[in-house]
Ligand binder design. Structure first.
Ligand code: IVH
Length: 668
């Protein structure tokens, strides 16, 4: 084919593909089947490969996903991407309205919009061409996800006018695409996404744009970052302009002059939202006039002229089939309701923790009951109550066991606790949970060692304690089900990498009773090495800020156990780091002191204090005492008969104090 013929065909194909895109995404009326679209797209890709001079940045072929990135680069937003304050009921909405009226009077309008449950994005266009798209990030700096955003077919690569503009919106995954994606993942034995929002975020944060291209994402634009010269006077004008430029906006918006209209709109969507082809997690209410928005202003985090109404948690009815018991890391027996699978707030729920026996009694839960289920905070499934009026008489009373479901030991109820516990330290379920905890993200963070692999390793008797993890061999791992060469190499690398973790990760990972991630960090910061922590007695432990009696006792009891000591030794021999690597904390008393953060050298003979005493007091105030003078020294304290160190300090121009000056500051 010659260049001229190719050029004509490329133009035709581009026009047709753009038109099909428009019909599909904006009119919801595709005129050709997907296969035909794909066929034409392939033809265009081939032509562009043969005639690179015909390839342009706004070609529909840009949507198939380009090269794999090494990492996402950072993008500074032209104006910050704020979040929204929440309203949880009619009262909150009326309070919001009162605040607005107090500030701007009665003459204004609201625009109500659906709050799309996806991922906030910011898109930059230069002379009409899409040049950069970013995530929200921390609101000021986000990540450049341009290549992934280009794969969204409803996102215009070139605007209808050659304007330079930055616009904001929400990228999301329609419910239908989400269901298809998860079906496919389940078939391939891959973990399904929990909800469309996670799936959308996961797709846009992939370095390989081909993945995003295969995920059928969509985007609604809801704002202009900086209206500048556009002539736009109100939010609704802005939305009209976005539409004229070729952006997809959400059509369900409504302008209303008072809060009654807002409440009516909000209530209307409580039921209707289930029928939308995408998830929404609320309604956004905005003051329409930009001038009034400006006079209302923003707080550090969110605008005063808008609010997000959050729907009450969705409640559904399902059957409680049975109650399963699990043994946790600390031996606590937790009952879990196994439910007839049911869709709640965007995901399928089939389990809900019942926490303990008391809760089962309080709620009068029986096997076979019809129960109301919701997701607390829209995340954690919970049994709200039983529909006792629907009982048939076939329901069965639930009895907590008297013996551990894993090791058969007698269960006990410790004083003051509601939970039943298995107190057998050799209980396999507890050991396995302890291993899962050790490798988890907040602990040793060993990627590739999820619950499934740990259970397999444990069942095959390849690991019985955490030290065994560091003895695993390639051959042993290759012998496991569903473990290929590549995953084994990655896993061994992750295990190796975990050896350099700072001490607090190990302390947390050991799973000492009462020691959470925060306490582990405090202990690591304070004692700096595992040896010092292991030797610390209860008095030294309680002397640490935030470490109470109960925790101190648990820590010293733990480390006094011979088996624990030999386990630590094994870890040491395996090369696991036993030192704290982060910054030393400075507490409030210290940070006020003149010694805080300074490197200080003591020299000569002191009269009032011994060297040791002076050092202790300086360190207590956040200073670091060093033995030799160098450029890094901040201060030298010179007593009588100070010699070469004083001389060196003078040549280096370092500040020198006498003992009296030091005492004055120490006594402050
Ligand atoms: S307006 C200055 N309108 O909700 C605030 N946000 O906390 C600008 N969202 O992740 C936001 N639909 O991306 C606005 N119609 C809508 C929205 C919407 C979804 C998201 C937004 C952000 C969060 C705000």
């Amino acid at each position: 084919m010659d260049l001229q013929t190719a050029e004509r065909r490329v133009k035709d194909l581009q026009n047709l593909l753009n038109q099909y895109n428009y019909e599909y995404h904006f009119l919801d009326k595709p005129s050709v089947p997907d296969s035909e679209y794909d066929q034409m797209l392939r033809e265009l890709i081939e032509l562009e490969a043969e005639f690179p001079e015909l390839k342009f940045e706004d070609s529909p072929t840009q949507r198939v996903g380009g090269d794999i990135l090494e990492m996402f680069t950072k993008v500074e937003h032209r104006s910050p991407m704020l979040s929204l304050g929440n309203a949880f009921g009619e009262k909150d909405l009326r309070d919001f309205d009162r605040r607005i009226r107090q500030a701007v009077g009665d003459d204004f309008s609201y625009v109500c919009e659906l709050k799309i449950d996806g991922l906030a994005v910011s898109l930059k266009y230069t002379d009409g061409l899409f040049v950069q798209g970013a995530t929200r990030g921390d609101g000021t700096i986000g990540e450049d996800i341009t290549s992934n955003l280009k794969t969204i077919r409803s996102l215009p690569l070139r605007l209808k006018d050659p304007v330079t503009i930055e616009v904001r919106g929400e990228a999301f995954m329609p419910k239908r695409s989400f269901e298809k994606l998860n079906e496919g993942r389940l078939k391939k034995d891959e973990e399904p996404f929990a909800n469309p929002r996670n799936a959308a975020a996961g797709s846009l944060r992939q370095l390989d744009p081909k993945i995003a291209a295969s995920r059928n994402l969509d985007v609604f634009l809801y704002g202009i970052a900086d209206v500048g010269e556009t002539g736009v006077q109100s939010h609704s004008d802005g939305l009209d302009l976005l539409e004229q430029l070729g952006f997809r906006t959400n059509k369900e918006r409504r302008k209303t002059s008072d809060i009654e209209g807002v409440i009516e709109y909000v209530n209307g969507w409580v039921e209707k939202r289930a029928n939308l082809p995408y998830d929404i997690d609320g309604i956004v209410i905005k003051v329409d006039s930009l001038e009034q928005q400006k006079s209302l202003g923003t707080t550090a985090k969110s605008p005063r002229w808008a609010v997000a109404y959050k729907f009450p948690a969705e409640e559904v009815v399902t059957t409680l089939k049975t109650i399963e018991l699990s043994v946790g890391r600390t031996g606590v027996i937790t009952p879990t309701a196994i439910l007839e699978p049911v869709r709640v707030a965007g995901t399928t729920v089939q389990r809900a923790s019942l926490h303990n026996e008391d809760l089962i009694r309080e709620k009068d839960i029986k096997l076979g009951d019809q129960v109301v289920v919701k997701k607390a905070g829209d995340i954690i499934p919970e049994v709200v109550n039983v529909l006792t009026e629907r009982r048939t008489g076939e329901e069965i009373e639930f009895k907590m066991p008297t013996h551990c479901p894993a090791c058969e030991s007698d269960l006990v109820r410790l004083e003051g606790e509601v939970a039943l516990r298995c107190i057998n330290p050799k209980c396999p379920a507890q050991i396995q949970e302890g291993l899962i905890h050790f490798v988890s993200r907040t602990a040793m963070n060993i990627d590739g060692l999820g619950e499934r692999v740990v259970s397999q390793l444990f069942a095959e008797k390849l690991i019985k304690d955490v030290a065994d993890l560091y003895k695993l061999t390639k051959e042993q791992l290759l012998g496991l089900e569903r473990m290929g060469e590549k995953s084994v190499t990655n896993l061994l690398k992750a295990i190796e990498n975990s050896k350099v973790n700072s001490l607090e990760k190990l302390v947390f990972g050991l799973g000492i009773r009462h020691v959470g991630a925060k306490a582990a960090k405090t202990l690591a910061q304070e004692f700096e090495t595992m040896d010092r922590l292991m030797e610390a007695d209860q008095e030294q432990l309680t002397a640490v800020n935030e470490i109470g009696e109960k925790m101190a006792e648990a820590v010293s009891t733990y480390f006094s156990n011979e088996e624990v000591r030999s386990l630590i030794n094994e870890l040491k021999t395996a090369g696991v780091n036993m030192e704290y690597k982060g910054p030393k904390p400075i507490n409030a008393a210290q940070s006020d002191s003149v010694f805080a953060g300074k490197t200080i050298v003591l020299t000569g003979k002191l009269e009032q204090l011994t060297r040791g005493e002076a050092q202790e007091q300086i360190e207590a105030l956040g200073g670091k005492v060093s033995g030799s003078v160098s450029k890094k020294t901040d201060l030298v304290i010179a007593g009588e008969e100070a010699g070469s160190k004083l001389a060196k300090a003078e040549t280096l121009g370092i500040e020198v104090w006498n003992e009296a000056r030091m005492l004055e500051e120490l006594n402050q």
